[in-house]
Write a protein that binds this ligand. Structure first.
Ligand code: CA
Length: 229
């Protein structure tokens, strides 16, 4: 099992949480302030984050925003009692759940398991798009399914990257040829259909309920992403 990141400035709370979480088989990485947690996020690669709202310096909401700019990693917010508006705020901001202090550590572990059982969250940023188990990294021009790199030819990859930059938008063949391969392209429209066919094959094991390459009426194509606006 992966690592749970605990961001909590109150030592007694993080110590007890860590003990129960380790007992459940996870590793723990504890941080006392938000800035340190953010700086270590890429190194730790947490499977889930337990995030206190009231932190010195950078508060929990700022940390959550920072995480959401780059990762769909599940986040459970830890809030003080009675902060009901925090719940609405948190779920709007991209938190996956919240827990009100004081809580039973067993309950926190149960929530961790419950959140990890949910389908992965989708994310679109300038660096990457994550649609369920599919992750497309624009910088390195890489495509991963469940963490495993997919082998796609550069030409087909350009098409997939373009569609991934605009999930759920429909593009017609002529548009795709012009925008992806350039206006000087002298092949036929069929080239797009064939590239889509090869991409579908590469994405064969991507669950259709998460998303898919769709053919739309009038021969348009779309990278459909479930749950993305
Ligand atoms: Ca606190």
């Amino acid at each position: 099992m992966g690592t749970i990141m605990i961001v909590e400035d109150e030592d007694p709370i993080s110590r007890v949480l860590a003990a129960y979480i380790r007992k459940a088989g996870f590793d723990c990485a504890i941080f006392k302030d938000g800035l340190q947690a953010m700086e270590s996020f890429d190194t730790v690669q947490p499977e889930l984050v337990l995030l206190d709202v009231m932190l010195p310096g950078m508060d929990g909401w700022e940390v959550l925003n920072g995480i959401r700019r780059k990762s769909p990693c599940p986040v459970i917010m830890l809030t003080a009692r009675g902060e009901v508006t925090d719940r609405i705020h948190g779920l709007n901001e991209g938190a996956d759940d919240y827990m009100t202090k004081p809580f039973e550590p067993e309950e926190v572990v149960a929530r961790i398991h419950a959140v990890l059982r949910r389908p992965p969250r989708s994310l679109v940023s300038s660096e990457q798009v994550v649609i369920g188990s599919l992750r497309i990294d624009f910088k390195s021009r890489s495509v991963y399914l469940n963490g495993a790199s997919l082998s796609i030819t550069p030409r087909d990859l350009s098409l997939l990257l373009f569609l991934a930059e605009h999930p759920n938008q429909i593009f017609y063949r002529e548009q795709l040829i012009e925008k992806v391969w350039g206006i000087d392209y002298d092949g036929s429209d069929r080239a797009v259909d064939l590239a889509i066919k090869r991409l579908r094959k590469a994405l064969l094991h991507w669950p259709a309920e998460e998303g898919e390459l769709r053919t739309m009426r009038g021969t348009g194509y779309q990278l459909y992403a479930n749950g993305l606006k």
